[in-house]
Design a protein around this ligand. Structure first.
Ligand code: URA
Length: 327
């Protein structure tokens, strides 16, 4: 099958699509002995002799798209010089498979893996604004002004970090927050929250574009469906739909109801139990209800956000090379 050269090179894992385009225009790519510099040139990877800098390009393997719920303690690289466990140990050994972006070793949650370089490029590039949703447990409870600062953006170590949305899911001595970001800068959630005085003690990625962690326990993976792949690539060039946000929980009521006698511990026991059920905990009994909840919600995805839920609209980021360390 004939395809554009840059697509073949990206799928073969030789380079990102953009790097492949550069290699073509620089005259480093040849097809059947002829140097190609035209970006629209097509070739058939199974039939033609395609070379980059003289090295033969293997026909790309069938594309594979996996969604892993990464447990804590695994690094999201193919190999680790420090010999720590890597996410590659949790998925089948597929030639050319690599993680799309990064999660910190102590972060749990959704991570895509693929052998399709063009797909990875598309999903991680800030220009396409694929939203990532995180649940973060933070020290203390941020006030409204702090949430507003996060939406406006905070300068951290010379870099502007911003959230698209943030809200409090649970608030007590500490809080669980839901944050949506789309840029994928290194350690962005931890750095942002640390910078506003609320360091993160637990972090989970619970959504990537239309994908949610529902039904996937830490350590489990599944293949994406063709429509999920399409939804992430979003060929119409519009915005991908986000996962339905978790319903906000009201802050817990006071620890002891007013009419409970002092010394009666049952209130704090109840309370502890409810605290231990975190919004993204994966319990079989939760799946049905959360499925229903999110399908109910999905239909209202395009609703107007609640006042103060989103940061103000901003211009699209400029085209160009992606920043390093995208997640
Ligand atoms: N932001 C972080 O700080 N860490 C992650 O693992 C992902 C996003």
């Amino acid at each position: 099958m004939e395809e554009r050269l840059q697509k073949i090179l990206a799928r073969a894992g030789v380079a990102s699509r953009r790097a492949a385009e550069t290699a073509i225009t620089q005259g480093r790519v040849s097809v059947n002995g002829h140097t190609v510099t035209e970006l629209g040139t097509k070739a058939d990877a199974a039939r033609d002799d395609i070379r980059v800098d003289g090295a033969r390009v293997q026909a790309p393997a069938a594309p594979v798209y996996l969604l892993l719920n990464k447990p804590k303690g695994y690094v999201s690289t193919r190999q680790d010089p420090q010999r720590r466990p890597t996410v590659m140990e949790l998925v089948p050994a597929v030639a050319g498979l690599f993680p799309v972006g990064r999660l910190d070793i102590t972060t749990e949650g959704l991570l895509l893996l693929t052998n399709d370089g063009a797909f990875a490029e598309r999903v991680t590039h800030p220009r396409y604004e694929v939203p990532r949703v995180y649940h973060a447990k933070v020290h203390k409870v941020p006030d409204a002004e702090t949430l507003e600062r996060l939406r406006r953006g905070v300068r951290v170590e010379g870099e502007q970090l911003t959230v698209d949305r943030v809200r409090v899911l649970e608030a007590e001595n500490n809080a669980w927050l839901e944050l949506t970001l789309h840029e994928g800068k290194k350690h962005e959630v931890r750095r942002l929250l640390e910078a506003v005085g609320h360091p993160v003690s637990k972090l989970r990625r619970v959504g990537i574009g239309p994908l949610s962690s529902r039904g996937l326990k830490p350590g489990e993976f599944r293949s994406l469906t063709p429509s999920e792949v399409k939804g992430l690539i979003d060929p119409k060039g519009g915005h991908v739909k986000t996962v339905a946000p978790a319903p906000a929980r009201r802050p817990h009521p006071p620890r002891r109801p007013p009419n409970r006698p002092p010394g009666d511990k049952s209130a704090s026991r109840d309370h502890r139990a409810s605290r231990e059920r975190r919004p993204s905990d994966h319990r079989p009994s939760d799946h049905r209800s959360s499925d229903k909840r999110s399908s109910d919600k999905r239909s209202s995805d395009n609703r107007r956000p609640a006042a103060g839920d989103r940061r103000p609209p901003r211009g699209r980021p400029p085209r160009g090379r992606p920043p390093r360390g995208r997640t």
